[in-house]
Write a protein that binds this ligand. Structure first.
Ligand code: KG4
Ligand code: ZN
Length: 360
């Protein structure tokens, strides 16, 4: 039996489905960023991100318990700030959206619990959003006239995949990493080179001074599909560094960073280009934290030009974790007829790219 609140949300969502300028307040707390954003249609009215990077740097990576505690301390204040920056009162929003997975369970729970209470108090529908699909949806904010079908390369700290986007909510997995995510490999290689967390931006910076002088393998090079692997590449870098250190031989960290970054980018971009060629699509979109990488953007552009494809990516602030992308995916869900999340919604540490809604 539906509660009065659930019945009310159902009828609100039915009306919102045909509205273009839906106002969404979204929350994101899957890792080490507490974020709240408000969007109207595809326009970002405010996007507040409270990063915990400075806190976790000391430990060389995210400490889940510390992340959860800091989300608790930040979530209420950043929500007020997002409303203030958007110039809106809470009852002026149409619905609340929240990341339910994938991510750190305790961290996700903070956003999910807060969003449930917030939506219920305002008597507004709650939309549960898959974080990975949120990364893809960031592209609709950057380019509101972007229309499926297109190929999307998603590369973040937890996921790396090539998908075919056939409709706002029609996403097919073509290939994915068989082991480490690309961002994870960037972070681990950075660690072995003595660089700070998060490793991606540090490797990028150091790579600018290096040459592609270190020979590294291309795992799964001759496989027919679009799968890739980052574990072998990461291990090759670690072995190279350890061997040099054990033998007391000099080596250039900048060359290692450059060679690793070049190879990591080659692996992903080759898979995306092959997927576009094979499917006859002319548009490639990139998404996720690693999409902030300057080499990835440059190489993707060069390869796209060579093959006559268009390539799009979000601005840096929409590549790494933020709540505006969660609002954008909630917009896709509402326009595609999704139902409101129940107040029994739970957080999920793992979700698949192909999950449009929580598996109950
Ligand atoms: O999407 P994201 O912010 O969080 C997850 O959903 O995982 O991605 C974080 C990952 C980290 O591994 C980080 O090192 C990587 O994105 N990253 C980068 C760059 N900026 C962030 N990797 C390479 N180059 C960058 N400029
Ligand atoms: Zn992310």
């Amino acid at each position: 039996m539906l509660t009065d609140y659930e019945k009310n949300c159902r009828s609100q969502l039915e009306k919102l489905r045909d509205k273009e300028d839906i106002i969404i307040l979204a929350l994101e707390s899957s890792c080490d960023e507490t974020a709240c954003a408000i969007t109207r249609g595809r326009k970002v009215l405010s996007s507040v991100v409270a990063s915990q990077i400075e806190i976790h740097k000391r430990y060389g990576g995210v400490v889940p318990e510390i992340a959860s505690r800091n989300h608790v301390m930040a979530v209420s204040q950043i929500t007020s700030q997002a409303l203030e920056e958007a110039g809106l009162k809470p009852d002026e929003i149409d619905c609340v959206a929240v990341t339910y997975g994938a991510g750190l369970l305790g961290a996700l729970l903070v956003g999910v619990s807060f969003a449930k209470a917030y939506a219920y108090a305002l008597k507004k529908p709650l939309i549960a959003v898959n974080h990975i699909r949120g990364h893809i949806a960031a592209n609709y904010l950057a380019k509101p006239d972007l229309k499926p079908p297109y190929i999307c390369l998603i590369a973040s700290g937890g996921h790396t995949a090539v998908v075919k986007v056939d409709g706002l909510e029609d996403i097919k997995l073509l290939g994915s990493t068989q082991d480490d995510a690309c961002g994870e490999a960037f972070d681990k290689v950075a660690r072995v080179l003595g660089l700070e967390y998060p490793g991606g931006p540090q490797i990028q910076k150091l790579a600018r001074e290096g040459k592609p002088a270190v020979n590294l393998p291309t795992p799964l090079k001759n496989s027919a599909g679009y799968d890739f692997s980052y574990s072998g590449l990461k291990t090759a870098v670690i072995n190279y560094v350890h061997t040099k250190e054990q033998k007391g031989e000099e080596f250039s960290k900048a060359d290692v960073a450059r060679s690793f970054q070049d190879k990591a980018v080659e692996i992903m971009t080759d898979a995306a280009v092959r997927a576009a060629e094979d499917s006859g699509l002319k548009t490639i979109v990139i998404a996720g934290g690693v999409a902030a990488n300057e080499k990835l953007r440059e190489v993707m552009k060069q390869k796209a030009e060579k093959h006559g494809f268009d390539v799009y990516y979000p601005p840096l602030s929409l590549c790494t974790d933020n709540a505006a992308m969660i609002a954008s995916e909630a917009y896709n869900l509402i326009r595609s007829g999704a139902e409101a999340a129940s107040l029994t919604l739970e957080a999920s540490a793992t979700v698949k790219i192909t999950d449009a809604k929580p598996r109950v």
